[in-house]
Write a protein that binds this ligand. Sequence first.
Ligand SMILES: C[S@@+](CC[C@H](N)C(=O)[O-])C[C@H]1O[C@@H](n2cnc3c(N)ncnc32)[C@H](O)[C@@H]1O
Length: 297
Amino acid sequence: MAEDNAGYQLDKCQARLAFERAADTYDEVASLQQEIGQRLIGRLDLIRMQPTRILDLGAGTGFFSKALMQHYRKAHVVALDLALAMLHHTRRRGGWLRKPGCVCADAERLPFADDSFDFVFSNLMLQWCMDPELVFAELRRVLAPGGLLLFTTFGPDTLMELRASWEAVDGYTHVNRFIDMHDIGDALMHTRWAEPVMDAERITVTYRELRTLMRDLKQLGAHNVTAARPRGLTGRQRLRQVTEAYERFRRDGVLPASYEVVYGHAWSPVNKHAAATGAVEVPLPGLQPRPLVPPRD
Ligand SMILES: C[S@@+](CC[C@H](N)C(=O)[O-])C[C@H]1O[C@@H](n2cnc3c(N)ncnc32)[C@H](O)[C@@H]1O
């Protein structure tokens, strides 16, 4: 993990509570999340596979669980989320071909047997996990050999204007920190995925007023849930100070909010069980007996 993430802790209970509370408003303000997920789904057109068991990890209200079922019409889709209220919305979503499985659990401790899925899709969940290696190790366990992991997460430049503006006001952590793309790639390597590929792009959303950005973040459940967050209500004076500090980013009459979007995919190794036991895989031709030659006198 990058050095400036050292000592940075996410409070998972708070994250879960924030998403429980946000479940009713999430879809109204999740246009960026939907746009990013659509771009991720678009990448499936380049990959030839017909998965039958799909896990949507951190499924939220199930928008992409449904899209995945429409994309792979024969597949069984499981929507997993830490927040139960999100899964209630998934269930209530109309127009399913078949109802998905809904599982309330933590991505770091998956309640599935080894090799349960052949495709794991995850849009914007990973940034809520402190240790991507834990998640990747679990995903590698539940993905069958040759299965695909496809995900997005946010990189460190996400909400950099808001972070800088708060830094000008006080010494608390007000904005969640995000792990660098290279560290995510390293975590994939350490957990022994095949052919990991990562890339990133920047998306800027603009707002007329800072309070609209802050309201959207709250309605998404994307609160500050770091252990070093300030406790208690943010006073009017500090809100005024951060609003003033953010003004230095105003261009062409609007305030930018930057998002560094990280895309990744990797494969579960076809010989993952052999690798786990230390066994050596020998291709069949190497095992074929040599033709017997009668011994000479
Ligand atoms: C930004 S939302 C994305 C939801 C959905 N994938 C989408 O694209 O609309 C992140 C989701 O991840 C879930 N989440 C956060 N931490 C999690 C964890 N450790 N395990 C499982 N889900 C988690 C949250 O409850 C939330 O629903």
